[in-house]
Every structure is written in structure tokens, then in C-alpha cells.
Write a protein that binds this ligand. Structure first.
Ligand code: AP5
Ligand code: MG
Length: 211
């Protein structure tokens, strides 16, 4: 089964995707992670994406769609789209792409989380520079501050999780991404879950949706 997991920045898309990989053997396609890897490797794509990301703005649709097309064409199966689509034109392009590749999406699962909670999740998030594991200074601290529990890598704050950028990301979400709710309601694929609960409780609801 292929899924879209969507929601505001900090809603828990990456956290739930990690559980879906670990416990259900699914494959995550996170456009944010793909851009961060491109930035780390200093590729042309990374250079193009970085200034948009650092300001909390969206990378232009044409760049994102081209990148996702490459991944889908590689024959990936049982996947979760995390952070894509993020605009109505991206959703339309995805529909065309899926048709062309004879693929389909079963559900678009939306994680609902109130804004005040999103702010504290984002500003408190820390990530491993090496393996990408996600922590939170209050909800899920690493055992040793600044050191990844999984690989011993350095745990840092994402550039776009600084307080001054988080506000811009949430505004961009309201303007460009929240209209996707209507898009997937009309497509009869929309499922809304309360993402403001314990991680395991949210995961248990997602599992019910895919079994
Ligand atoms: P991206 O990396 O996709 O960021 P995002 O959508 O802003 O989402 P986040 O990764 O910040 O949040 P999340 O929902 O994954 O939350 P997480 O699980 O980590 O995109 C980054 C940038 O790339 C964009 O701003 C844009 O510039 C560009 N980009 C990417 N895709 C694009 C596209 N399609 N088009 C254009 N541009 C694009 O959790 C957050 C924190 O909360 C963690 O610390 C976690 O431990 C904690 N937490 C999670 N769940 C819970 C819970 N249930 N209870 C308590 N704490 C929790
Ligand atoms: Mg994420």
C-alpha cells in the first residue's frame, strides 16, 4: 500500500514514517530529507534548494516534482510520501505521475496538531547529523546531550528549526499546504487523525488505516 502522510511542520510525519519503516517494512520518500542529503553532498540540487529551505520557503514546484519523479521511476514500492505533495500543483503533478507509472495512493493521512504544540516540537527538535535520527529536548532527549543514541553522531538543531524561521514555515503551510485537505477530500482519500497524542497512540491509529 502507498500512502501520503501530511500535516504542518512538526506534526510528526518523520516520526511516524520511522515507525512505519521499522514495524511495517515501508519505504519513506521524504522530500525534505532528500533536499538535506543534497545539501550535505553539495550537489547542484542542494545548492538550488538551500536558500529556500533556510528561509522556511518552499522549493519551486518544478524542482521538487522532478526529484520525486526520479524516485518513483526507480520502482519503489509500499511507500510513504512525507512532505510531498505540499501544494495543489504538486498534488496534480503527482496524480499524473502515478497514472503514467501505473501506481496509486490509497490514503492521504493528515496529522492534526495545534499550533502552540507545533512551535514547541519544532524549536525543541534535535537531529543526528550522521544518521538523521530525530530527538526532542523535552519529549525525547538523547541519553547524552548532543550525542546520537543510535550511531554516536553529533545531534544538532536544524537551521530551519530556529525560532525566527519556524513562524515563516507555519505561514507557508497555512497558505500553500492546507488547501490539500480539500483536494484529498474530493478525491475520497482523506483521513484525519489527531496527531497531538503519544507517538505510539498515533501510530496505532495509522496502522488501523493501512491494515
Ligand atoms: P521537511 O523536512 O519536510 O519539513 P516539514 O514538513 O516542515 O516537517 P518537519 O520535518 O519539520 O516535521 P515532521 O512532521 O516530520 O515532524 P517530526 O516527526 O520530525 O521540509 C523542510 C523544507 O524542505 C521545507 O520547509 C521546504 O523548504 C523544503 N521542502 C520539502 N518538501 C518540499 C515540497 N514538497 N515542496 C517544496 N519544498 C519542500 O517531529 C517534530 C518534533 O516533534 C521531533 O522533535 C519529534 O521528536 C517530536 N514529536 C513527533 N511526534 C510527537 C508526538 N506524538 N508527541 C510529542 N512529540 C512528538
Ligand atoms: Mg520531517
Amino acid at each position: 500500500m502507498n500512502l501520503i502522510l501530511f500535516g504542518a511542520p512538526g506534526a510528526g510525519k518523520g516520526t511516524q514514517s520511522a515507525l512505519l519503516i521499522e514495524k511495517m517494512g515501508m519505504t519513506q520518500i521524504s522530500t525534505g530529507d532528500l533536499f538535506r542529503a543534497a545539501i550535505k553532498n553539495k550537489t547542484e540540487l542542494g545548492v538550488k534548494a538551500q536558500s529556500y529551505m533556510d528561509q522556511g520557503q518552499l522549493v519551486p514546484d518544478s524542482i521538487v516534482i522532478g526529484m520525486v519523479e526520479e524516485v518513483l521511476k526507480s520502482g519503489v514500492k509500499n511507500f510513504i510520501l512525507d512532505g510531498f505533495p505540499r501544494t495543489v500543483p504538486q498534488a496534480e503533478a503527482l496524480d499524473e505521475l502515478l497514472k503514467k507509472l501505473n501506481l496509486s495512493i490509497s490514503k492521504a493521512i493528515f496529522l492534526e496538531v495545534p499550533k502552540a504544540e507545533l512551535m514547541s516540537r519544532l524549536t525543541g527538535r534535535r537531529v543526528c547529523k550522521n544518521c538523521g535520527a530525530v530527538f526532542h529536548i523535552v519529549n525525547k532527549p538523547s541519553k547524552t546531550e548532543g550525542v546520537c543514541d543510535n550511531c554516536g553522531g553529533q545531534v544538532v538543531q536544524r537551521n530551519d528549526d530556529k525560532t525566527e524561521v519556524v513562524g515563516a514555515r507555519l505561514d507557508v503551510y497555512d497558505q500553500y499546504t492546507s488547501p490539500l485537505k480539500d483536494y484529498y477530500i474530493k478525491a475520497h482519500k482523506y483521513v484525519e487523525l489527531n496527531g497531538n497524542r503519544d507517538t505510539e497512540e498515533v501510530f496505532s491509529d495509522i496502522k488501523k488505516q493501512i491494515s
